[in-house]
Design a protein around this ligand. Sequence first.
Ligand code: DX5
Ligand code: ZN
Length: 212
Amino acid sequence: MFIYPSMLSADPTRLKEELIAIEKAGADAIHWDVMDGAFVDSITFGHHVVAAHRKLTNLRFDVHLMVENPYRHVENFSKAGADTIIVHAEASRHLHRNLNYIKSFGKKAGAALNPSTPIDVLEYCYDILDMVIVMSVNPGSSGQSFIKSQLKKIAKLKERLPPSIEICVDGGITDETIGECVKCGADAFVSGSYAFKNPDYAEAIRKLKSYG
Ligand code: DX5
Ligand code: ZN
């Protein structure tokens, strides 16, 4: 089981120190929540921020694009050092093309599904997908409550997806919600507030991993 802490919940005045601390604490990759103020209301990190942190760690960088027309941003985030780029199915009029475009930069390609989005939209992309993110909150902010109906979606994905595609759950992950997700077949978890609100990051990550 893998834990990907989200820099959205890190102290924004100390992103560098937070990145180093969360790596030491056992993070398996770093999750960057990119919001454009259009697909969701908030605005967060641009590609310059990701690039500036690239040299501080060898951990994988997963860039979760919560933006309209994600195609426009793939090149910039690829060059900034993203290893995986995740686009929302709802924001991608041409999801298949977007995923292929990410692959053309030698990156891993992921698709994220909002809580209301069924999994069928992915069916003809299985051969180019590396990761599916099940949004267990509506995108836009950290610290929201886990939406239980997404457990069914995780179980369906587990049944249908080729095993090479990672099932990652994003939103509301705590020591009370992670266990059910694991039972339904999730492989990996984004952790924002749970990882960063515990003063001992390593303990928080250890606790989540104990459910794996
Ligand atoms: C939601 C983001 C998540 C979020 C997770 O818009 O995609 O990655 O920051 O934060 P928590 O774990 O606090 O729900
Ligand atoms: Zn995210």
